[in-house]
Write a protein that binds this ligand. Sequence first.
Ligand SMILES: C[S@@+](CC[C@H](N)C(=O)[O-])C[C@H]1O[C@@H](n2cnc3c(N)ncnc32)[C@H](O)[C@@H]1O
Length: 205
Amino acid sequence: MRLTEKVHNYLEEHLQPGDLAIDATAGNGHDCLKIAQLIAPNGRLIAVDRQCAAITASRHRLSTHKLQHLCEWIEGDHGEALQALGQRYPGQASAIVFNLGYLPGGDKSIQTEVATTQTALKACTALLKPSGILLVTAYRGHPGGMAEAEAVAQWMHAYTGLVQCHEPEKNAESTPPILWVAKALELDPNESSAAPDNRLPPGEK
Ligand SMILES: C[S@@+](CC[C@H](N)C(=O)[O-])C[C@H]1O[C@@H](n2cnc3c(N)ncnc32)[C@H](O)[C@@H]1O
Protein backbone atom coordinates (compact mmCIF):
# COMPACT_ATOMS: atom_id res chain seq x y z
CA MET A 1 0.00 0.00 0.00
CA ARG A 2 1.30 3.46 -0.90
CA LEU A 3 1.99 5.81 2.01
CA THR A 4 -0.54 8.30 0.66
CA GLU A 5 -3.22 5.61 1.02
CA LYS A 6 -2.01 4.84 4.54
CA VAL A 7 -2.35 8.52 5.43
CA HIS A 8 -5.92 8.49 4.15
CA ASN A 9 -6.66 5.33 6.14
CA TYR A 10 -5.43 7.03 9.33
CA LEU A 11 -7.56 10.06 8.53
CA GLU A 12 -10.60 7.80 8.06
CA GLU A 13 -9.99 6.26 11.47
CA HIS A 14 -9.58 9.58 13.26
CA LEU A 15 -11.77 12.19 11.62
CA GLN A 16 -15.50 12.69 12.18
CA PRO A 17 -18.04 15.11 10.74
CA GLY A 18 -17.65 18.45 12.50
CA ASP A 19 -13.94 18.09 13.29
CA LEU A 20 -11.23 20.71 12.83
CA ALA A 21 -8.26 19.52 10.74
CA ILE A 22 -5.19 21.18 9.25
CA ASP A 23 -3.33 20.41 6.03
CA ALA A 24 0.05 22.09 6.49
CA THR A 25 1.13 21.46 2.86
CA ALA A 26 -1.97 21.73 0.67
CA GLY A 27 -0.15 21.05 -2.64
CA ASN A 28 -2.54 19.77 -5.29
CA GLY A 29 -5.27 19.19 -2.71
CA HIS A 30 -5.49 15.39 -2.58
CA ASP A 31 -5.22 15.32 1.22
CA CYS A 32 -7.43 18.42 1.52
CA LEU A 33 -10.17 16.65 -0.41
CA LYS A 34 -9.96 13.52 1.73
CA ILE A 35 -10.13 15.60 4.91
CA ALA A 36 -13.02 17.71 3.66
CA GLN A 37 -15.02 14.61 2.75
CA LEU A 38 -14.53 13.20 6.25
CA ILE A 39 -15.33 16.34 8.24
CA ALA A 40 -18.35 17.41 6.11
CA PRO A 41 -20.97 18.76 6.47
CA ASN A 42 -19.98 21.08 9.31
CA GLY A 43 -16.26 20.63 10.01
CA ARG A 44 -13.43 23.07 9.37
CA LEU A 45 -10.32 22.48 7.27
CA ILE A 46 -7.46 24.95 7.36
CA ALA A 47 -5.10 24.44 4.42
CA VAL A 48 -1.70 26.12 4.26
CA ASP A 49 0.75 26.37 1.36
CA ARG A 50 3.35 28.99 0.54
CA GLN A 51 2.61 28.76 -3.21
CA CYS A 52 -0.28 30.49 -4.90
CA ALA A 53 -0.34 27.70 -7.53
CA ALA A 54 -0.92 25.10 -4.83
CA ILE A 55 -3.70 27.06 -3.15
CA THR A 56 -5.37 27.54 -6.53
CA ALA A 57 -5.11 23.82 -7.38
CA SER A 58 -6.43 22.71 -3.99
CA ARG A 59 -9.25 25.22 -4.00
CA HIS A 60 -10.25 24.01 -7.47
CA ARG A 61 -10.25 20.37 -6.32
CA LEU A 62 -12.53 21.12 -3.40
CA SER A 63 -14.80 23.28 -5.56
CA THR A 64 -15.38 20.46 -8.02
CA HIS A 65 -16.64 18.39 -5.07
CA LYS A 66 -18.68 21.29 -3.66
CA LEU A 67 -16.68 21.25 -0.43
CA GLN A 68 -14.83 24.56 -0.69
CA HIS A 69 -17.05 26.20 1.95
CA LEU A 70 -15.44 23.98 4.61
CA CYS A 71 -11.95 25.30 3.98
CA GLU A 72 -9.98 28.35 5.07
CA TRP A 73 -6.91 28.94 2.86
CA ILE A 74 -3.65 30.39 4.13
CA GLU A 75 -1.04 31.28 1.52
CA GLY A 76 2.19 31.43 3.51
CA ASP A 77 4.74 29.51 5.51
CA HIS A 78 3.33 26.75 7.71
CA GLY A 79 5.72 27.53 10.57
CA GLU A 80 4.29 31.01 11.00
CA ALA A 81 0.74 29.94 10.14
CA LEU A 82 0.57 27.08 12.64
CA GLN A 83 2.05 29.22 15.40
CA ALA A 84 -0.73 31.77 14.83
CA LEU A 85 -3.39 29.06 14.60
CA GLY A 86 -2.23 27.71 17.97
CA GLN A 87 -3.54 30.93 19.52
CA ARG A 88 -6.90 30.62 17.75
CA TYR A 89 -7.49 26.89 18.16
CA PRO A 90 -5.50 25.64 21.17
CA GLY A 91 -5.95 21.89 21.68
CA GLN A 92 -8.74 21.70 19.07
CA ALA A 93 -7.32 20.01 15.95
CA SER A 94 -8.28 16.37 15.40
CA ALA A 95 -5.68 15.84 12.67
CA ILE A 96 -2.72 17.70 11.18
CA VAL A 97 -1.13 16.46 7.95
CA PHE A 98 2.24 17.28 6.39
CA ASN A 99 3.27 15.97 2.99
CA LEU A 100 6.73 17.48 2.69
CA GLY A 101 8.74 18.32 -0.42
CA TYR A 102 7.78 20.19 -3.57
CA LEU A 103 4.57 20.58 -5.55
CA PRO A 104 4.27 17.69 -8.03
CA GLY A 105 4.14 19.21 -11.52
CA GLY A 106 5.17 22.58 -10.11
CA ASP A 107 8.31 24.57 -9.27
CA LYS A 108 10.68 22.08 -7.64
CA SER A 109 12.82 24.86 -6.20
CA ILE A 110 9.99 25.71 -3.79
CA GLN A 111 10.15 22.93 -1.24
CA THR A 112 9.75 22.48 2.47
CA GLU A 113 12.82 23.21 4.58
CA VAL A 114 14.20 21.90 7.87
CA ALA A 115 13.88 25.09 9.92
CA THR A 116 10.29 25.97 9.02
CA THR A 117 9.18 22.32 9.18
CA GLN A 118 10.58 22.11 12.72
CA THR A 119 8.79 25.33 13.72
CA ALA A 120 5.53 23.97 12.29
CA LEU A 121 5.90 20.59 14.04
CA LYS A 122 6.51 22.32 17.34
CA ALA A 123 3.37 24.42 16.83
CA CYS A 124 1.34 21.22 16.35
CA THR A 125 1.78 20.31 20.00
CA ALA A 126 -0.38 23.28 20.99
CA LEU A 127 -2.97 22.67 18.26
CA LEU A 128 -3.73 18.98 18.61
CA LYS A 129 -6.54 17.90 20.85
CA PRO A 130 -5.94 14.92 23.18
CA SER A 131 -5.55 11.83 20.96
CA GLY A 132 -5.50 14.06 17.86
CA ILE A 133 -3.27 12.66 15.14
CA LEU A 134 -0.19 14.10 13.43
CA LEU A 135 0.82 12.55 10.09
CA VAL A 136 4.11 13.53 8.43
CA THR A 137 5.32 12.09 5.13
CA ALA A 138 8.84 12.97 3.95
CA TYR A 139 10.46 12.27 0.58
CA ARG A 140 14.14 11.46 0.74
CA GLY A 141 15.16 11.23 -2.92
CA HIS A 142 15.46 14.93 -3.84
CA PRO A 143 18.17 17.38 -2.75
CA GLY A 144 17.50 18.41 0.84
CA GLY A 145 14.91 15.68 1.31
CA MET A 146 17.10 13.32 3.31
CA ALA A 147 18.26 16.06 5.69
CA GLU A 148 14.68 17.14 6.26
CA ALA A 149 13.57 13.54 6.89
CA GLU A 150 16.38 13.13 9.43
CA ALA A 151 15.33 16.31 11.22
CA VAL A 152 11.72 15.10 11.36
CA ALA A 153 12.88 11.69 12.62
CA GLN A 154 14.85 13.36 15.39
CA TRP A 155 11.88 15.48 16.41
CA MET A 156 9.50 12.54 16.28
CA HIS A 157 11.71 10.27 18.37
CA ALA A 158 11.94 12.97 21.03
CA TYR A 159 8.18 13.54 20.96
CA THR A 160 6.47 11.32 23.51
CA GLY A 161 3.41 10.82 21.31
CA LEU A 162 5.11 8.97 18.42
CA VAL A 163 3.13 5.80 17.76
CA GLN A 164 4.26 4.45 14.39
CA CYS A 165 6.85 4.91 11.66
CA HIS A 166 6.21 3.38 8.23
CA GLU A 167 9.45 3.02 6.32
CA PRO A 168 9.18 0.88 3.17
CA GLU A 169 12.35 -1.03 2.30
CA LYS A 170 14.82 0.76 0.04
CA ASN A 171 15.46 -0.76 -3.35
CA ALA A 172 18.24 -0.34 -5.87
CA GLU A 173 16.45 2.38 -7.86
CA SER A 174 15.10 4.67 -5.21
CA THR A 175 14.79 5.67 -1.58
CA PRO A 176 11.11 5.45 -0.66
CA PRO A 177 9.28 8.09 1.37
CA ILE A 178 8.75 7.66 5.09
CA LEU A 179 5.63 8.29 7.20
CA TRP A 180 5.49 9.13 10.91
CA VAL A 181 2.29 8.87 12.90
CA ALA A 182 2.07 10.62 16.25
CA LYS A 183 -0.76 11.26 18.68
CA ALA A 184 -1.27 14.04 21.19
CA LEU A 185 -1.15 12.74 24.73
CA GLU A 186 -4.39 12.20 26.60
CA LEU A 187 -4.80 14.93 29.19
CA ASP A 188 -4.80 14.11 32.84
CA PRO A 189 -8.46 14.76 33.83
CA ASN A 190 -7.17 16.83 36.76
CA GLU A 191 -5.23 19.15 34.43
CA SER A 192 -6.98 22.13 32.92
CA SER A 193 -4.36 23.24 30.34
CA ALA A 194 -5.28 22.43 26.72
CA ALA A 195 -1.64 22.13 25.65
CA PRO A 196 0.50 20.80 28.49
CA ASP A 197 4.28 21.21 28.35
CA ASN A 198 4.78 17.45 28.50
CA ARG A 199 3.65 17.13 24.90
CA LEU A 200 6.85 18.81 23.76
CA PRO A 201 10.09 16.99 22.97
CA PRO A 202 12.87 17.54 25.52
CA GLY A 203 14.58 20.89 25.18
CA GLU A 204 11.60 22.56 23.52
CA LYS A 205 9.77 23.79 26.62
C1 LIG B 1 4.37 17.32 -1.74
S1 LIG B 1 3.48 18.80 -1.89
C2 LIG B 1 2.00 18.47 -0.97
C3 LIG B 1 1.02 17.59 -1.70
C4 LIG B 1 -0.36 17.57 -1.09
N1 LIG B 1 -0.37 16.93 0.19
C5 LIG B 1 -1.43 16.96 -1.97
O1 LIG B 1 -2.28 16.21 -1.45
O2 LIG B 1 -1.45 17.25 -3.17
C6 LIG B 1 4.36 19.89 -0.80
C7 LIG B 1 3.81 21.29 -0.75
O3 LIG B 1 4.45 21.98 0.33
C8 LIG B 1 4.48 23.34 -0.01
N2 LIG B 1 5.44 24.07 0.86
C9 LIG B 1 6.78 24.14 0.74
N3 LIG B 1 7.30 24.86 1.75
C10 LIG B 1 6.25 25.26 2.51
C11 LIG B 1 6.14 26.04 3.69
N4 LIG B 1 7.23 26.53 4.33
N5 LIG B 1 4.91 26.27 4.19
C12 LIG B 1 3.80 25.76 3.58
N6 LIG B 1 3.84 25.00 2.46
C13 LIG B 1 5.05 24.75 1.94
C14 LIG B 1 4.86 23.35 -1.47
O4 LIG B 1 4.51 24.56 -2.06
C15 LIG B 1 4.07 22.14 -1.99
O5 LIG B 1 2.85 22.53 -2.56
